[in-house]
Design a protein around this ligand. Structure first.
Ligand code: SF4
Ligand code: SF4
Length: 336
């Protein structure tokens, strides 16, 4: 044993720490500091907190069991709309006051249901930014046609060529209505002096008379047109029954006049004195005397309005016998 080992052995027996090269001994009067635990790195600012992170299969969730967080599949669920099954329709504005368009809008929530489920509105100069008449299933034509205006005449013909069903929407389109009185001289279009109902220029499939037509009638006809073009056999039969009188009115067009009303209704004892004919006549050629209509034939312009508005001039067994089924089908379509 060398001298160094002997000296080291003496110090070890006396419990004395020996400082060797490369080590530092703590000072006897300085308390030893506890070890500081390592701090976790802060998360990045855009990181999802662990408790909000989506659960990955096979990984333990940090979400408390009573807290429900929608999964990705639930939040990404999209509304399914049968867009491809819709019919296409549009509003063609001839010479009218836009009152019939307002009647369409007067369906309020019903109009939204129509647009959501059944009808793609592809043309409407007032509402849609489409400048040229497209191909469409149903064209709702408002207003009469100014025959002094070449563009109007071309437009109504183009509408007929591009539409499967043409609907005369309102009394101006059906009978001319107030536009029959136009004799020109308007400040901006003085040459516009003659207007005709659209049925005098093109073949019309359905008449929806009224100034303006009732919103409910417009809605029903749109649903019936959808069922006719897209429905099953039963629905098509009901839609046809509903549309038939309106199609017959379109076929009759402006041919009937007060003389026909006299022959077919009044002289047959069918008149109930309701006054609808007098109210519909645009030239006040009909008055009521003793509860019965009297016509002044020299005033009559043979527009057909009185005959078509008379509730006794037509009778549809189809509509009467199937009325409940028709209405239930239309109501069910609007509530689905
Ligand atoms: S009586 Fe009046 S509503 Fe009837 S066809 Fe003549 S103008 Fe038209
Ligand atoms: S609309 Fe027909 S039922 Fe009514 S008063 Fe005129 S003719 Fe008579």
């Amino acid at each position: 044993m060398g001298l160094f080992e002997k000296i080291l052995g003496i110090f070890k027996k006396k419990d004395v720490t020996v400082e060797t090269r490369g080590t530092t001994a703590p000072k006897p009067d300085e308390p030893e500091k506890p070890a500081v635990p390592e701090r976790p790195a802060p998360p990045p600012t855009n990181a999802i907190p662990a408790e909000r992170a989506p659960v990955v299969e096979g990984q333990t969730s940090a979400i408390p069991p009573d807290e429900k967080v929608p999964t990705t599949a639930q939040t990404d669920t999209k509304e399914v709309k049968p867009v491809s099954d819709k019919i296409t329709a549009g509003h063609v504005h001839m010479s009218g006051c836009t009152g019939c368009e307002v009647a369409i809008a007067d369906n309020y929530a019903g109009l939204l249901t129509l647009l959501d489920k059944y009808v793609d509105w592809v043309y409407d100069l007032t509402l849609a930014d489409v400048r040229h008449i497209p191909e469409m299933d149903v064209a709702l034509v408002e207003g009469s046609v100014c025959i002094n205006d070449k563009i109007s005449v071309e437009e109504i013909r183009e509408t007929r060529e591009k539409s499967k069903i043409v609907v005369a929407l309102g009394s101006c389109a059906c009978y001319g209505n107030i536009t029959r009185f136009c004799r020109g001289g308007q400040q901006n279009q003085p040459q516009h002096e003659a207007y005709l109902p659209i049925g005098d220029l093109i073949k019309v499939d359905v008449y929806l008379p009224g100034c303006g037509p009732s919103p409910q009638l417009i809605k029903n006809v749109c649903v019936a047109a959808y069922l006719l073009l897209k429905g099953n056999a039963d629905q098509q039969a009901l839609a046809t029954a509903y549309l038939k009188p309106l199609m017959q009115a379109a076929e009759r067009g402006t041919e009937a006049c007060f003389c026909d009303l006299m022959i077919d209704v009044i002289d047959q004892g069918l008149c109930i004195g309701c006054g609808a004919c007098a109210a519909a006549c645009p030239v006040r050629a009909i008055t009521h005397e003793y509860g019965k209509p009297q016509g002044q034939r020299d005033l009559c312009i043979k527009c057909g309005a009185c005959y078509n508005q008379c509730p006794r001039s037509w009778f549809s067994f189809d509509v009467v016998s199937q009325y409940e089924g028709i209405m239930e089908t239309i109501d069910a379509a609007m509530q689905e």
